[in-house]
Every structure is written in structure tokens, then in C-alpha cells.
Design a protein around this ligand. Structure first.
Ligand code: ZN
Length: 653
């Protein structure tokens, strides 16, 4: 394990202990082998001067919600040290009371909640305390004869603490174990099945000890065997089916992402994977993100999931008491023999965090097996963390989620006008959106990480197929298709119609939409409350002269949508059409077209823009709002509908 300490960076912190604490905490946070996503915590004991110039001895300890990799000074909560030390002497304390007492002892009331390991940090008689969940150390403890391994590796240089639930009980245990301890003889403290503490009055020595002890554990484990390269073609449809089954089991839509790295595939291909992957997580705190066990995909997804759900319910019944609120029984990751591992989550961040934890877990299990047998904590200890009173309290506070949270949408013609507005509105609503456009800039056009810009010519069947495949690989499936790509061919009366213009209009406005729909249907069948929204045109119910090529194509498109509504209803897929009119912030309304149409009706451009019953200009975002409504729950009982968004048109009303 590389020591990242840099003297000049550390010296730049000067005498500021908190700045130094931030610096070395980030070094720990940068090493994924030490901590992952909010795991681990650090502290420094220093003085705090209040408004009256009174000085208080405080423990600046990592606040909850902060990640060591990116922590700032305000991520450390100043808690009165004397209060923490007194708390450690109480005979018992519930974790909720501990959190309350710690908040009460904050010298800055707007600081985040101090870590639940604050009391433990407080009783360690050194200025700097570092705590990681180092993979290598935890892996050694998670094996048969784990404690002996640690003892023979470190001798008396570390205190070995048997597994105790983090929080007050752990602090109490350490306090009892160290009554007679000469701390000066210790380089660190190994918490079985949990992690490692190092400490010193000097930031560098504490960090150095962390790196040193973890490096020794890595050496003990030995080099990783290079996984055999297994190359398997993923069937994107199978991934969508798996994601659908997991979402239904959860009761809400989830995203899914497969990891097909060599290591992942190698792990999933192990003959005993169903056994070794279901012994328990790497460290108990992972259970909040990953659940205790992964789904093992065998044969039919549904059967595997039914078994998983039943097992989860049994686990809950076995360990719960009355006051527990049962969590959903869906898995957060899966081992898919022959494919790799899959992460599930409600947001991209969840996918990323779960994916990382899974990668570390799989290699730790592989190492543990290599060392004679991976062993995880018993289910009751994992349950205690999963259903910890502090985690249960969070459930009551969690607010409502966005309407499209966990859903996956695809929009064609996404680079401008109505398409772009649809992409933005769906993304604001929480959806992951694949934004397809022929414009080569589409890949860089959107800043949000939940929008995937894909260059795609919708008249090219193969390009559509590839775009859908990429979308499914990226997010796990497809729930919403907004068929919007279109062109307005030059206006011409029928006697002057150009064959090429006619063909082109039908190709883009009609045939391409059919191809997009055709390629999407198989995926939408596994979508969650799947919906197709077709962007038609006012020209369908109220055609104008001189636009035969456009109107005929859009009329064909509307008929396609009606047939699709009939065909897809048995699969629960809704197909509705929006007929916008006079939306002038779109690509087809060039200045020239606008002036031409205005002149055609004998109006100024201004009059033409608001020439509807409500005398209101219709904007792309107004159409997008209707598209979102049609794609969302408000239209859950509506299919085959055509709704105008045109400010009201006399000829249609
Ligand atoms: Zn910990």
C-alpha cells in the first residue's frame, strides 16, 4: 500500500491541527483499499475558542454524511472531549441517546452529527486517531482462524478487539479492554470483522502506522492471482429482464449495471460461487448499501428472486422484534454465473457505490478462500446493523422521491427544441435519459450525469439497435420512449411536390419512428410502467395546405401510435400522442419557415406565434410537461390518446 504523505503539503497546514487532520484524512480517503464511500473515520483532539474567548478541549471527529476522500474542515464536528469521556463511563446508553448527547455536546450547533465512533476516538489517548475498514486487514479477520492470523502477523503490536456492534458498545468494550493497557506499546487496534485503528500525537505517525499495518496484511495475503479472461457476450435483454424482476420485487424501479471485468466474471464463474458469495458482507456497514447477501442468478430470474425474497423474509422473521420496520426484500447486487456481477440502485450514485463495494467484496472473498476459507459475521450481527435504531430512524425521515426516480427513458431528436426540453424535464424528474440525435454534439450537450447523449441517425436501424443496447448496458433497461425526431420538409403544394422531399419526410417522420418503436418493444415489455409518447403534430387533426409531405407522414405516425396502443396494451405498455402546434423554439421553425407561414396566413410573425384560442405562445417546455405527464403515473390508465398542446385551435375544438 502506497504511502501518499507529502511533507510540503503537510507543512502548508502550518500549526493548524484541523487543517492537518483534513490533509491526512483525505490521504486515507483516496485509497479505496482503506475506505469506501463514507466508510472509516478520523479525529483530532484540539482546543476550540468560543465567542467569549473561552477555550474548550474538543474532539474534531468526522461528521456523518462526509466522505474522507473529499472532507473539508467543516466536515469535522467539534464535540466537547470531557462529555465524550464521561459518556464512555456510563454503564449503558442507547445509540439514539448517544447521538442526542453527542449533538448536545457540540460547540458548533450547525456541525453535522458526529460519527457514532466518536466516543471510541475520545478514549484513545492520542491527538490523531485514524480508522479505516482496510480490505486486507478485514479479509484476514474474515477467515477461519482469523484471530490467530492477526496475532501471528502483528504480535503484541496491536490490540485485537472481538466484533462488537459499532457505537457505544464498541467504545465501552475497548475502554474495558484497555484499563491496564500501555497504549505506548501499541501501533494500532484491529477490530475483528470491522477495521483498523491507528493513533499518535503526530498526524504523520498515525497515517504511517495505518499504511504500514495494512501493507503487512497485504503481504500476508500474497499476490492476487490474475483471473482467467472469460469473455461473454451480454444479452442486453436479459439484463433488462433481471432489472425488471428485481424492481418488481423491490416495489419500485431500480437501475442496474453489470460489471463484466475479468475479475468479476472470474468470480461469478467459480463453481462454489453460490456458497462463498452468500456467507455475508465484507464489513457489516456494507449491509446498508448491499443487503446481507447477493442474488445468485440461476436459470429463470423469477425463481431465483422468489427464493431470495423468501430467504430475506425468513432472515427478518428470525432476527426481528416488534419495533422493526421491514425493509424491501429485493437484492442490491447479483452474482450472475457466466456474466459477472450486477449492481442495483435507485440512483446512479447508488449503482456506483454498490458496484465499488461489490468489487472489493469479491476480491476479499477470493483472498479469503485462498487463505483457507472465507468467513463472515453471523446473520444476527449483520441484522443488528441493517436494522440498527439509527438506520430505522432514517426511514421515517426519508422524503418522497422524484416521479421518475429509478426509471430509464430514451428521447429521439434530443439535441434541440421539444426533444431537448423532454430530456431536461425527464432528467429533472429523476429519470436516466438516453438523448439520441443525429447532431454529433449531442454527446457533450448535456451536463447532468443522468443524461447520456448518443449520436444516432434514426433512419439507420442498426444505429437505433446500438443506441438501445448502450442505454440498457448503462442503466439496466428501458421504461419510457419519446419518439420525437422529425423534420419539416419545404412547403409545397401537391402539384409541385418533390419526390425526394416526400420520401425524406416519410423516412424521418414515419418510418424512423416505426423502427425506433420496433427496436424498443422487446425492452419495454420488461419496462416498469412502460410508456411510449409519440410527438405528432396539429397537422394531423387540422392539416394546412402546402405541407402534404409533413402532414401525411405525421398522420401515418399517429395511426402507427394507435395500432401500437392496441398491440402493446396486453404488455402494459401505454402509447399516447401529443400534438403540438406552433412551438417556435424548435429546429424545424427556422426564421424563413416562420416568416413564410406567417405570410401564408396574412399575419405578422408576432401574431402568428400567439394565434391560438388562449393567445399564448406555446413553448417546448409546455410540450415536455405533457410528455412527462403521459410518461408518468397521471396517465397510468390512458392509452391511445391524442392530446393537443397548441393553445387551443378553433378547427379542432
Ligand atoms: Zn468503522
Amino acid at each position: 500500500m502506497k504511502n501518499l504523505w507529502n511533507d510540503s503539503d503537510a507543512e502548508a497546514c502550518g500549526e493548524d491541527l484541523l487543517a492537518l487532520r483534513v490533509y491526512s484524512s483525505r490521504l486515507i480517503g483516496q485509497a479505496p483499499g482503506l475506505v469506501l464511500h463514507g466508510g472509516g473515520n478520523t479525529s483530532v483532539k484540539a482546543s476550540y475558542t468560543d465567542l467569549f474567548s473561552d477555550r474548550h478541549e474538543v474532539l474534531y471527529v468526522k461528521g456523518s454524511g462526509w466522505d474522507l476522500e473529499t472532507i473539508e474542515a467543516e466536515g469535522f464536528s467539534p464535540v466537547r472531549l470531557d462529555v465524550l469521556c464521561r459518556l464512555a463511563r456510563l454503564p449503558s446508553l442507547t445509540d439514539s441517546d448517544m447521538v442526542r448527547a453527542q449533538r448536545g455536546a457540540l460547540l458548533n450547533p450547525s456541525a453535522p452529527n458526529p460519527s457514532v465512533e466518536a466516543i471510541l476516538h475520545a478514549i484513545i489517548p492520542y491527538r490523531f486517531v485514524d480508522h479505516s475498514h482496510a480490505d486486507a486487514v478485514v479479509t484476514l479477520t474474515n477467515t477461519a482462524q482469523g484471530e490467530e492470523r492477526i496475532r501471528s502477523l502483528y504480535g503484541n503490536r496491536v490490540l485485537i478487539v472481538p466484533y462488537v456492534m459499532p457505537g457505544f458498545d464498541l467504545a465501552k468494550k475497548v475502554a474495558e479492554m484497555t484499563l491496564e493497557t500501555d497504549w505506548a506499546e501499541l501501533e494500532g487496534m484491529v477490530l475483528m470483522n470491522h477495521g483498523l485503528f491507528t493513533f499518535s500525537d503526530d498526524a504523520k505517525s498515525s497515517y504511517d502506522a495505518m499504511i504500514q499495518l495494512v501493507s503487512e496484511a497485504q503481504l500476508e495475503i500474497g499476490p492476487r492471482t490474475t483471473p482467467a479472461v472469460v469473455s461473454t457476450d451480454l444479452c442486453a435483454l436479459d439484463l433488462a429482464r433481471l432489472r425488471s424482476a428485481v424492481s418488481h420485487s423491490a416495489g419500485f424501479p431500480m437501475l442496474a449495471r453489470i460489471n463484466q471485468s475479468d475479475a468479476s466474471q472470474d468470480f461469478a464463474a467459480r463453481l462454489n460461487v453460490a456458497d462463498i458469495a452468500t456467507r455475508g458482507p465484507l464489513t457489516p456497514d456494507h449491509v446498508i448499501r448491499t443487503k446481507r447477501l447477493p442474488l445468485i442468478v440461476e436459470g429463470d430470474f423469477t425463481e431465483s428472486l422468489v427464493r431470495y425474497t423468501q430467504d430475506y423474509e425468513d432472515y427478518f422473521v428470525r432476527h426481528s422484534s416488534d419495533h422493526h420496520t421491514r425493509l424491501d426484500s429485493a437484492p442490491r447486487w447479483a452474482v450472475w454465473p457466466g456474466q459477472g456481477t450486477v449492481a442495483f440502485g435507485r440512483s446512479l450514485k447508488d449503482l456506483y457505490v454498490v458496484g465499488d463495494i461489490v468489487e472489493h467484496t469479491c476480491s476479499a472473498i477470493a483472498d479469503g478462500e485462498h487463505l483457507g476459507g472465507w468467513r463472515a459475521l453471523p446473520a444476527e450481527d449483520i441484522f443488528a446493523v441493517e436494522y440498527w435504531e439509527l438506520e430505522q430512524a432514517k426511514l421515517k425521515k426519508s422524503g418522497t422521491s422524484l416521479p421518475f426516480q429509478g426509471k430509464i427513458a430514451m428521447v429521439t431528436g434530443a439535441a434541440s427544441g421539444i426533444g431537448r426540453a423532454c430530456v431536461e424535464s425527464l432528467a429533472e424528474g429523476g429519470a436516466m435519459v438516453a438523448a439520441l440525435d443525429i447532431d454529433t454534439d449531442v454527446a457533450d450537450m448535456f451536463s447532468g450525469t443522468n443524461i447520456l447523449g448518443l449520436r444516432c441517425d434514426v433512419t439507420d436501424g442498426l444505429a437505433i439497435k446500438n443506441a438501445i443496447d448502450t442505454t440498457v448496458r448503462q442503466f439496466g433497461g428501458l421504461d419510457i420512449v419519446v419518439s420525437n425526431a422529425g423534420i419539416f420538409t419545404a412547403g409545397a403544394t401537391i402539384d409541385n411536390l418533390d419526390d425526394a422531399d416526400w420520401d425524406r419526410s416519410l423516412e424521418v417522420n414515419l418510418t424512423a419512428a416505426m423502427r425506433v418503436l420496433r427496436a424498443s418493444v422487446d425492452y419495454l415489455k420488461y419496462g416498469i410502467d412502460a410508456a411510449v409518447v409519440i410527438v405528432g403534430s396539429k397537422n394531423v387533426p387540422a392539416p394546412g395546405p402546402g405541407a402534404a409531405a409533413y402532414s401525411a407522414a405525421k398522420a401515418g405516425l399517429t395511426q402507427l401510435a394507435r395500432v401500437a396502443a392496441l398491440e402493446l396494451a396486453p404488455h402494459g405498455i401505454r402509447v399516447n400522442t401529443v400534438h403540438p402546434n406552433a412551438v417556435f423554439d424548435t429546429a424545424i421553425w427556422t426564421e424563413e419557415v416562420l416568416a413564410g407561414r406567417a405570410a401564408h396566413y396574412g399575419l405578422t410573425v408576432g401574431e402568428y406565434k400567439t394565434s391560438n384560442l388562449l393567445a399564448q405562445e406555446v413553448r417546448s417546455k409546455d410540450v415536455a410537461a405533457m410528455v412527462c405527464a403521459m410518461a408518468g403515473p397521471d396517465f397510468s390508465r390512458t392509452t391511445g390518446a391524442q392530446v393537443p398542446v397548441d393553445g387551443g385551435t378553433e378547427r379542432i375544438v
